[in-house]
Write a protein that binds this ligand. Sequence first.
Ligand SMILES: Nc1ncnc2c1ncn2[C@@H]1O[C@H](COP(=O)(O)OP(=O)(O)O)[C@@H](O)[C@H]1O
Ligand SMILES: [Mg+2]
Length: 283
Amino acid sequence: MKNFSEPVLDIRNITQTYQNRSGHASKALADIDLCLFNGEILGIVGESGAGKSSLARLICGIETPLKGSVLYKNKPVHDMPVKTRAKTVQMVFQNPRSALDPGMTIDQNLGEVIDIHNIEEKQILEALSEVGMDASCLEKKPSSLSGGQLQRIVLARALLLKPAVLIADEPVSSLDVSIQAQILNLLKNLKQTHFEGMIFISHDMAVVRFLCSRIAVLQEGYIQEIAPTDVLINNSVHPYTKSLLAAAKWETSDSINMNFEDIVIDPLSHLVEIDKDHWVRTS
Ligand SMILES: Nc1ncnc2c1ncn2[C@@H]1O[C@H](COP(=O)(O)OP(=O)(O)O)[C@@H](O)[C@H]1O
Ligand SMILES: [Mg+2]
């Protein structure tokens, strides 16, 4: 994708297949081409099963793609030593309870990162304060803290490594609606001060609209449309984007009722730039 600046992350032709129950390989991601530019929050939106979490795992290097590569400033993320990779891309998942060991205190949960990366006590307190927590949580077990507090702690753990990029995969989906806005605002502020860029993944168009400067729409492993947020919201072209917008929780001027199943993907289609920075999959 063209842009005036060099990308922070360059995701090139990522294709991934998984074995389905009958033992056949099924394509979860098809030729994903995406760039994350300096200073932006890039949203990836799509329904459950679209391939969002698979893409997140591949970008972080937790998983290796069948085809393609992810470059951080021209260096392949997959080839980095684990410690370097941890300082390049960090990931925050949907459920903070499964990201922390329930049998250990928060202090012990942070311990592994602290030991491996030689982090000082002062930095822990700083990271906790950045996410609106303090030292009083350190002696507690995860079960005595709320989901919102735990997600803050998971974010603090990511901050300790000072990663260049944060990938947040549905980070508010498991939280009470009343807490979601607090965490979204926190992510927005952290991006400005701590990260070169952020990829924010959600099934919820309203949430990506709030947080992201650019949005990529993923359907069954294919990117159908990418555009700056206001363009995607007001001038979407692809029927799948339109149906996601129509299903979103706010009123749109031209709400349409469409079955997602009606939208058949042509595997030979490709993304075409129809306007500046506005790409749409076309046969
Ligand atoms: N490790 C795996 N093994 C087999 N199938 C997988 C695996 N991971 C993901 N899939 C399949 O890939 C597709 C995309 O899944 P996922 O990336 O979790 O989607 P999303 O996060 O958008 O809900 C689904 O059909 C899912 O069943
Ligand atoms: Mg997912």
